[in-house]
Design a protein around this ligand. Sequence first.
Ligand code: NIG
Ligand code: FE
Length: 412
Amino acid sequence: MLITNIKALVGVHPKEKLFLRGSELSELPFLENAWLLIENGLIKDFGSMDNLQTPNTKHQTLNAEGRFVFPSWCDSHTHIVFAAPREEEFALKIAGKTYEEIAAAGGGILNSANKLQKATEDELFESASIRLKDMIKHGTGAIEIKSGYGLTVESELKMLRVIKRLKAAFPIPIKASLLAAHAYPAAYKNNHQAYINLIINELLPKVAEENLADYIDVFCEKGFFSNEETVQILTAAAKYGLKPKIHANQLSSSGAVELGVAHHAVSVDHLEETDENVLQAFSESHTIATLLPSCSFYINIPFANAKGLINSNAIVALASDYNPGSTPSGNMNFVVSLGCIKLKMMPEQSINAATLNGAAAMELSNEVGSIARGKKANLFITRPMTSLAYLPYSFGQSQIETVILNGEVYHG
Ligand code: NIG
Ligand code: FE
């Protein structure tokens, strides 16, 4: 496939650039009046229209006049396998109940777990497929998906098997995280150690045996998993080669970020509560600070201190957190808009955070996340747009006209 007359080919980072730290996040190289050649599903070459040789007729040609080409969004934090939405909590939230109050009253994660335990693998696969197709149409071209609504050995394995099926069925890279430590099941409310032992002694060996997870995740938060409990789980998972991706500092600041960084987490995510220690922790770390502004937007909690993190030289990524409780949306275009509007990131920073740094947060930035020769041709073509900033500026609308995955137009 040959794409011609591209108004701007966005994100042409040098291939060896695998993440953008601190001030580098502002650098979003683009090529105006460009062409892009795709062969065998990979980006073969690109250049300026002035230097285009007579196109080879064996290539399917797409004329992108007036349009921008972006690398696909890389959504490094989602929970898209769930049995049912939770819109009954929506009214409670509007009436003033907090996320914690709803969870304490039997809503929240335990509510989702009750429903998921009753759902079949096929039902979960079908509903997650619908969500994933929708996300792909909105520009997502790589994704991480977590378990965490099973909360029994059997149901956590069921969720991870669904993710494995999604990996096989969809044309985008998918990473799986084991998040059995998402909440304590009611039966273990007064015996946390027994649930941790179940994860360590029964679940982890089975997950490893079936090769069901790429990462270990823990909701390290007051009222959920303490720092000490988190360390036990991370240490056990490390024996099976599972690196951490942690839910940290969403509702309180209690050392979860520092803990994640100390355990060389691939990313620590949320960070709505960001104090000076948190900023310091990232300044020289390879751990990525993944921000989820749609979650802040939906449950009305503070927005993360993106500017402080960038000024502290952190590697900042943006992701959706799509889940039925705190973020019932997987629209990365909206995430990028919120990155600008609420996190005060410039459009270039927000776009980089949702592409190359998102890919890095899934250890996929050698494959996706930028327009570079040899990378996967996962990208999207916009409608005609006046400028790059129009994409995040026109919040709540999609400017995406054509999605291309592995060099082929995606029709869903
Ligand atoms: O990332 N904070 C923990 N987990 C999810 C929400 C889960 C839920 O409410 O169902 C999150 O926000
Ligand atoms: Fe999450």
